[in-house]
Design a protein around this ligand. Structure first.
Ligand SMILES: Nc1ncnc2c1ncn2[C@@H]1O[C@H](COP(=O)(O)OP(=O)(O)OP(=O)(O)O)[C@@H](O)[C@H]1O
Ligand SMILES: [Mg+2]
Length: 280
């Protein structure tokens, strides 16, 4: 297949490091002050020696930018996100998140860093038998320890109010007392997003955050998620197989193919047919 148009985009003068959405002007200004939130340099990962999954992948994401990471099944998108937080240990390369060199961190510091970075998975991983509010409260485990962040009934008032506020942001304040296993898939994913907001992250990774939802719920949750990210000027790297989502919710689209980055372009400079080529 020919990736010619896409390749041209990679080489074009498009400034993929600049946030594209209008609301990201503040983020752009902030990036001058705070710089790059995620810097991946020369990342290599293979699970068996003969077949590298990621070969020398480098990517810089400035503060406030939303990056859609796309590519066919098995191209290493989830592996890349997980390597960033060393949920999967990279073979080599340097990763810097929020100014900290992830590859050099000891256990305790790595745990602290992970707590500052939101991670939304395809499956929400809520604690089924606990209330929605308790689940959201768990996001504060990054900042507090012990039973007061396990159960809503034991939580100090400010934390409980903050958790309620996060639930309000995802439109589920009325569900606070409900058990998590009584929610629909879309509601569960909203609660998972609220829990991540409770972490007060600056940087978010989301691995196919709406893949398990039906088209309507997926659309609704992705719009809500992207809107929250935008309003809080958070940096986001998300994976998706929805070309439409990548173009609408990413400022920038990065495509993986054959272990490397096959396309890196501003979303506004791409269209669906061009992007679809990376799946050919
Ligand atoms: N823990 C593991 N052990 C061995 N191989 C793995 C492991 N995790 C992932 N892989 C392999 O690495 C490759 C990349 O997987 P990864 O899940 O990162 O792909 P992906 O781009 O996220 O795919 P998808 O679009 O299906 O989610 C796949 O071939 C997969 O089988
Ligand atoms: Mg994946």
């Amino acid at each position: 297949m020919s990736l010619a148009p896409a390749a041209r985009l990679v080489e074009s003068a498009i400034d993929v490091t600049a946030p594209a959405r209008p609301g990201a002007v503040a983020a752009s200004i902030a990036s001058v002050a705070t710089g790059t939130d995620l810097d991946i340099a020369g990342l290599c990962k293979s699970f068996d020696r003969d077949r590298p999954i990621l070969s020398n992948v480098s990517l810089r994401v400035p503060q406030g930018q939303s990056v859609a990471l796309v590519g066919s099944n098995g191209t290493g998108k989830s592996t890349l996100l997980r390597c960033c937080l060393r949920l999967i240990e990279p073979d080599s390369g340097a990763i810097t998140i929020l100014g900290r060199q992830v590859h050099a961190l000891g256990r305790a510091r790595l745990r602290r860093l992970r707590a500052e970075v939101g991670f939304v998975f395809q499956r929400h991983n809520l604690v089924a038998q606990l209330s929605v509010l308790s689940n959201v409260l768990h996001g504060a485990q990054a900042r507090h320890s012990g039973p007061r962040v396990w159960y809503q009934a034991l939580a100090p008032r400010p934390l409980r109010e903050e958790a309620m506020h996060c639930l309000e942001l995802v439109g589920l304040a009325d569900f606070a007392a409900r058990r998590a296993d009584c929610l629909s898939g879309g509601q569960s994913q909203r609660v998972a997003i609220a829990r991540t907001l409770m972490q007060r992250p600056r940087l978010m990774f989301a691995d196919e955050p709406v893949a398990s939802l039906d088209p309507n719920a997926g659309e609704e949750v992705m719009e809500l998620f992207a809107d929250l990210i935008r309003r809080q000027n958070l940096t986001l790297v998300f994976t998706s197989h929805h070309i439409d989502h990548a173009l609408r919710f990413g400022d920038r689209v990065v495509a993986l193919r054959k272990g490397g980055i096959a396309l890196d372009a501003a979303a506004r400079a791409l269209d669906a047919p061009t992007l679809r080529q990376i799946y050919d």
